[in-house]
Design a protein around this ligand. Structure first.
Ligand code: TTP
Length: 413
């Protein structure tokens, strides 16, 4: 049995975080990425792994990271992102001839190992499903009385909370899968879909629906990254309610509740950290970190800066007088003194964002800004709820950013 991991998507909805790395390489707390976490979890469940990557820099970055971290996997290149079905076909073709079962997984999933184990042990063909509070956002799985897949319905408006949704993790017979993938036709959205092959298989065999209340998150939209960090935090801290300081907390620093300070990280004096919070970088002196602040390696929240429910990726800096709420700062972002994010509208309406050209309601009243890697703001820049600033872009001092700013551009008031 081999795993085929799909990691050749565009990750367009997660722009600008995906301008400087492919989605499966997004970092997680503790030095992992979505992909390295998943590959670690597959150890012992499969005899080998094929990772499907895109050509060019994104595929190269994936190979480089996995080599650095000593993962020995095979690669298959999907020339264009024509859909998950096309990616799976490319991956399955690259399998050694002797492989007869394929564990098919999306490379951007955040799951618990139990889910992967259950599918791997179910016997092919099988599909993993989890109950969801918002099933209408996913593919709803319908099973018959024997627990076999009867149908998959994409984003059905009438689904009830608690319905089972498709996790995109399957165990499939290699030969039949290969034939079904070769015969796929574009779906209404113009992509070749793995789900069409699975639905066709369900017509001729019992595709077992394996369900359980496992952690399962599909990290596709910007705000879901903050949720993913919360889930990883809970997994790592396992209900702990006290600080865990493996780095340094200077005299006069106040740490309350579950706060993790990693080796090499420092919380300087007169900083107040209200857990849950995860610190791999530097906080303070005189900073305030509110619940669900994540400071990755090399990042810094400086004097009179307040962080809340936000991620500062590697080397990101909010050094003086900043407010960062419900936001993500990509790697090496630098905020000028006085740059603030607004995370609540005057009318308290839910924040909307444009994803793949469509206005999408995020369902969140509190949502700040998303800044791509290496972006910089001048002093006193204001970022309105839900705006994104492209990677490498510069925002001139005093600017109010009310609209998305493309990558590598310059915005003045
Ligand atoms: P999606 O999240 O559907 O697509 P995406 O990653 O390109 O993101 P976006 O829609 O925001 O542009 O993909 C699910 C998984 O399948 C993900 O791990 C990437 C992978 N994938 C491929 O490998 N090749 C493809 O052609 C597509 C569409 C996805």
């Amino acid at each position: 049995r081999y795993a085929v991991v799909l990691a050749a998507g565009r990750g367009e909805r997660l722009w600008p975080l995906t301008s400087t790395r492919p989605k499966p390489l997004l970092p997680l707390p503790g030095g992992e990425t979505l992909l390295t976490r998943l590959l670690g979890q597959l150890r012992g469940l499969v005899d080998g792994v094929v990772v499907v990557v895109s050509p060019g820099w994104a595929g190269e970055a994936t190979r480089r990271l996995l080599e650095e971290r000593s993962f020995s996997v095979a690669y298959a290149v999907q020339p264009e992102p024509r859909g998950t079905g096309d990616a799976a076909r490319v991956g399955v073709e690259a399998l050694p001839r002797s492989v007869d079962e394929v564990l098919l997984v999306n490379g951007d999933l955040l799951v618990s190992r139990g889910l992967l184990e259950a599918v791997a042990e179910a016997g092919a063909p099988a599909l993993a499903a989890v109950p969801s509070e918002r099933p209408w956002e996913y593919g709803v799985v319908e099973a018959d009385g024997r627990g076999c897949l009867r149908g998959l319905r994409e984003k059905p408006m009438d689904a009830k909370p608690g319905s089972l949704v498709n996790t995109g993790v399957y165990l499939l017979p290699r030969q039949r899968l290969e034939e079904l993938l070769a015969g796929l036709k574009p779906s209404p959205r113009g992509e070749l879909e793995v789900t069409d092959a699975v639905a066709a298989l369900a017509e001729e065999a019992c595709v077992r629906v394996v369900s359980g209340d496992w952690l399962w998150m599909d990290v596709g939209r910007p705000w879901e990254l903050i949720d993913a960090y919360r889930a990883v935090f809970e997994e790592k801290m396992r209900g702990r309610s006290e600080p865990l300081v493996e780095g340094e907390a200077e005299p006069g620093a106040v740490l309350r509740g579950p706060v993790y300070v990693a080796p090499g990280a420092v919380v300087r004096s007169h900083t107040v950290v209200e857990g849950p919070a995860w610190i791999e970088g530097e906080a303070g002196p005189l900073a305030r970190l509110r619940p669900w602040s994540f400071l990755l390696e090399g990042s810094r929240a400086g004097a009179h800066t307040e962080i809340k429910a936000s991620i500062l990726m590697e080397g990101a800096k909010a050094p003086h007088f900043n407010y960062v709420g419900d936001s993500v700062l990509g790697e090496h972002v630098n905020l000028g003194a006085g740059t603030v994010t607004a995370n609540l509208r005057f009318d308290h309406a839910t924040v909307r964002m444009t994803l793949k050209g469509r206005r999408v309601d995020t369902g969140r009243k509190k949502l700040g800004a998303f800044l791509g890697g290496y972006a910089q703001t001048g002093i006193n820049v204001s970022l309105l709820p839900g705006v994104r600033v492209g990677a490498y872009s510069w925002i001139y001092p005093g600017t109010v950013v009310a609209r998305d700013v493309p990558d590598c551009s310059f915005l003045a008031p």
